[in-house]
Write a protein that binds this ligand. Structure first.
Ligand SMILES: [Fe+2]
Length: 285
């Protein structure tokens, strides 16, 4: 393993960077500054062969930004109490909150090697791929974002189920650190564009989804033990397939968040493990 972080790296296709470095040795201030630069430049970093306690994982992330030690989800596993084993459609964590976490990291503690993946798309790159006229049109528009369980690929209806928490937010987010424009809508949680009728909203959202979820620009990371991924939760969206039947998929989770995440979870939020309740609510409306 190299002595300096950043001296041995390899680009990941279609985006991201593999960094060869043993993080358990701790980071010098110079290494930490390089880590931060690489994170904001590449948006997704992969370190293989890592062995870190959760506290050590926090310590790595703290070189990028403040960490969230009060998270409600410390480990992602087929039987975890929040996500369970269901398919999760593309989303950024806490997209329905005023201040979503800036970064998320997962460390594979015990997985069936290369059996399951986490998929990523880059919504900042998607903005750059938009035709100029479309980019101009969405700049200044607001979207309605709902606190959905996130388990469906289907888009949300224009009118949300009664009682579902939602907020309006800019359809284009300017990254707080880099200033990059990001198409900040997601198929599983955006119901409509504010001020547009059903048809206009649907047509424009589909143009945005086509840009964001273009498979040619999608990354699938197949997990191996010791893999640590750190990604930009604002610019990237992530998803995973159904993992029912997978017995070993324990990922140690830690987030970079300037604002308290748990305090922003609305009381009406229904997590993926409780999604039947959401279906009941939906059917009852
Ligand atoms: Fe997530």
């Amino acid at each position: 393993m190299p002595q300096e972080l950043g001296s041995d790296t390899c680009p990941i296709k279609p985006f991201g960077l593999e960094v060869r470095f043993d993080l358990s040795r701790g980071l010098s201030p110079e290494d930490g500054a390089t880590l931060r630069d690489l994170f904001y430049k590449h948006k997704l970093l992969l370190f293989r062969g890592q062995s870190l306690t959760r506290e050590e994982q926090f310590g790595v992330l703290e070189h990028i930004g403040p960490v969230d030690r009060a998270s409600s989800l410390d480990y992602v596993a087929p039987d975890d109490p929040v996500l369970g084993s269901r398919h999760l459609a593309f989303h950024s964590d806490m997209h329905f909150a005023p201040f979503p976490a800036e970064g998320v990291s997962l460390l594979a503690l015990d997985v069936e090697e290369e059996t399951t993946y986490t998929a990523f798309v880059d919504a900042a790159a998607a903005y750059r791929r938009l035709p100029e006229a479309v980019a101009q049109r969405i700049d200044g528009l607001k979207s309605v974002r709902a606190a959905t369980p996130g388990v469906y690929e289907d888009e949300l209806p224009y009118d949300l189920p009664e009682g579902m928490h939602s907020m309006e937010r800019d359809a284009v987010m300017y990254h707080p650190e880099t200033g990059e424009p990001i198409v900040y809508v997601a198929r599983c949680s955006t119901s409509r564009l504010v001020g547009l009728d059903r048809e206009d909203s649907s047509t424009l959202l589909h143009r945005l989804y086509d840009a964001i979820y273009d498979e040619a620009h999608m990354l699938k990371h197949w997990w191996r033990n010791g893999d640590l991924l750190i990604w930009d939760n604002l610019a990237l969206q992530h998803a995973r397939p159904n993992i029912e039947g997978i017995t070993r998929r324990k990922l140690q989770r830690a987030t970079i968040a300037t604002h308290d995440q748990a305090a922003q979870i609305p009381a009406s939020y229904i997590s993926p493990v409780d999604v039947e309740n959401w279906q009941v609510q939906e059917g009852a409306r």
